[in-house]
Design a protein around this ligand. Structure first.
Ligand SMILES: *Cc1c(COP(=O)(O)O)cnc(C)c1O
Length: 402
């Protein structure tokens, strides 16, 4: 069976994890700051904070951006539910934005319309769908003018570049960027996530929120940094000008969203292969483009973006009505030929949870039209050219056979 996506692990990855297990550190050791520094220098951000998942990364980014239960936050209707759920974790109101049918990303025009009609939008979470960066120039300019915080959901986009060639995650267009390290994403930790930012204040806040809001002298204890303030705490914390050995204080409500050294060692090893991963994914996407061009009732998506994209998934659109088969039938016929497919994504507003909150997916016609036709076909590092050709032959058979 050829799945639609798959992680890649080699002996180096296994050795890296084994080494950590033998080192005495299992969690909160040296691999976490090492990963953070490697990622920050790769994307050219000032800071990076590694956490337990992309979802918890989004939750912390929401809080660290100062968004709260009063906030209205725009995100794409064509994304994984986590992009919107982080707004709900914070008690805020997600506002869904329709997509551009060519990029499949949040449409800057729809975003502009939302901003025009809805006063007091506080945040926007653009999602780089499939690894294709959103039009961040347009989005960030509009956000800046309206006092809107930008958090990029770059779960698909590790290694992707903006149009100016700089790396997604450098936060030149946003206050924070979030990556996922789930096995189906570009590089994996098993489970994990990373937040990048250029703000030291936000960086400190993320460290606090990641671990219960507890300070053990790992960041500023107000009583120490500003003598005279918080005298009660200071007396408890300090003797002879030094922090007492047992002392820690919880300064705000945080979480246990920590990642482990074991997971970080795996990502560090995966990152050694990142260039190979990206290059091969790009090759496969280009190969599909060539082999599928002009196939009747099939439309390619996101073409013209392969060079910028991390090519996380390969999505085609099929006119199921015209071929006289439902999507379920096509998926089952392909599966019988050993080919796995998936749909990215069911519009978030279609899910019962969001439906029950009053969202209506018919208000997002491009997301709906796209969803009706979408199919993700196999794309991953280990996929061979022969397998790509197999997929194409099988797909053509399924589209034409009666
Ligand atoms: C995978 C994904 C997430 C969540 O990441 P996890 O690491 O699985 O928690 C968020 N947003 C998007 C767009 C994703 O694809």
């Amino acid at each position: 069976m050829i799945p639609y996506g798959k992680h890649y692990l080699d002996e180096d990855d296994i050795a890296a994890v084994t080494e950590v297990l033998r080192s005495g550190w299992i969690t909160q050791g040296p691999k976490i700051p090492e990963l953070e520094s490697v990622v920050a220098s790769y994307v050219e951000s000032k800071f990076a904070v590694a956490v337990s998942s992309g979802t918890t990364a989004l939750h912390l980014a929401y809080l660290a951006a100062g968004l709260d239960a009063e906030s209205k936050v725009v995100t794409s209707n064509n994304t994984f539910v986590a992009s919107a759920n982080c707004v709900r974790y914070g008690g805020g109101t997600p506002i869904f934005c329709d997509i551009d049918p060519h990029t499949l990303n949040l449409s800057p025009d729809c975003f502009e319309e939302i901003v025009r009609n809805e006063p007091n939008i506080n945040g926007v979470i653009p999602v780089h769908f499939g690894g294709v960066p959103c039009d961040m120039e347009a989005i960030s300019e509009l956000a800046k003018k309206n006092g809107i915080s930008v958090i990029e959901d770059a779960s698909h986009a590790f290694g992707a570049t903006y149009r100016d060639g700089s790396k997604v995650g450098n936060c030149k267009f946003s206050v924070m960027t979030v990556f996922s390290l789930h096995p189906v994403k570009g590089v994996t930790a098993g489970e994990g996530g990373i937040i990048t930012t250029n703000s030291e204040e936000i960086y400190d806040h993320l460290l606090s929120l990641r671990s219960h809001g507890i300070c053990k002298g790992n960041f500023d204890i107000p009583g120490i940094s500003e003598p005279g303030d918080d005298l009660i705490y200071q007396e408890e914390a300090i003797e002879d000008g030094k922090l007492n050995p047992w002392y820690y204080e919880m300064q705000e409500l945080g979480y246990n969203y920590r990642i482990t050294d074991i997971q970080c060692a795996l990502v560090l090893s995966q990152l050694n292969k990142l260039d190979r991963f990206l290059e091969r994914r790009r090759e496969i996407a280009n190969l599909y483009d060539n082999l599928l061009e002009g196939v009747k009732h099939l439309t390619l998506t996101q073409t013209g973006s392969r060079e910028f994209s991390s090519n996380h998934i390969y999505v085609i659109r099929i006119d199921y009505q015209a071929i006289g088969k439902s999507r379920a039938q096509v998926m089952r016929l392909l599966s019988a030929k050993g080919i796995g497919t998936q749909v990215h994504y069911i519009p978030v507003t279609r899910h019962p949870y969001y439906n029950n909150l009053g969202y209506d997916s018919s208000h997002y016609p491009e997301s709906e039209k796209y969803y009706r036709q979408a199919l993700t076909i196999p794309l991953y590092y280990g996929l061979t050219n022969e397998e790509v050709e197999d997929v194409v032959i099988s797909l053509k058979e399924v589209l034409t056979q009666n």
